[in-house]
Design a protein around this ligand. Sequence first.
Ligand SMILES: C[S@@+](CC[C@H](N)C(=O)[O-])C[C@H]1O[C@@H](n2cnc3c(N)ncnc32)[C@H](O)[C@@H]1O
Length: 180
Amino acid sequence: MVNQNFTTSIEPSCWLQRHSSLIPHSGPILDIAAGSGRHTQYLLDKGHVVISIDKDVSRLARIKSSRLFIARVDLETPKPWPFKNGAFAAIIVTNYLHRPLLPQIINGLAVGGLLVYETFANGNEKFGKPTNPDYLLKAGELIQLTLGHLHILAYEDLTVDQPRPAQIQRIVASRPTLHE
Ligand SMILES: C[S@@+](CC[C@H](N)C(=O)[O-])C[C@H]1O[C@@H](n2cnc3c(N)ncnc32)[C@H](O)[C@@H]1O
């Protein structure tokens, strides 16, 4: 797989900021492909326990918190997923896509847990990287992913100008409780 080190903002994603109040404080949050840790830091500041994984954890080391657990994981190896089903109160994925992981991400959510996913989509080619279809969501792909598993709370498929022009899809969805 080609390295997915696309340029990202240092500010937390506005999508995460808009929906972070929905994240339960009932368990840890998994920040997948956490990069510089902009979301790790943001969620720690909100009092959460955060597990941050990336194949390159060098930029996470600057973050100091007793509520942070960092793991170096190459998510694109045959058996990359070291977590139990239902382990997380939320899973955050931004600017990263590796399709074989998607079922494990869904299964990783506890009942009531929240998925916050935001990444580049088809059409981004005209703005710059990523241009590889492996890293670009297809039309409706996040909705298809969650159907029958999660309750969709918010979804957007749009062109954004900030932090730079890009075509993105983003979703917030929760694992329903048994009586929902
Ligand atoms: C564009 S950055 C996004 C970082 C962060 N999610 C954000 O939005 O600020 C993509 C991240 O994916 C990580 N990554 C790429 N391939 C990976 C792999 N095979 N396993 C784990 N992490 C990977 C990179 O190291 C990088 O930190």
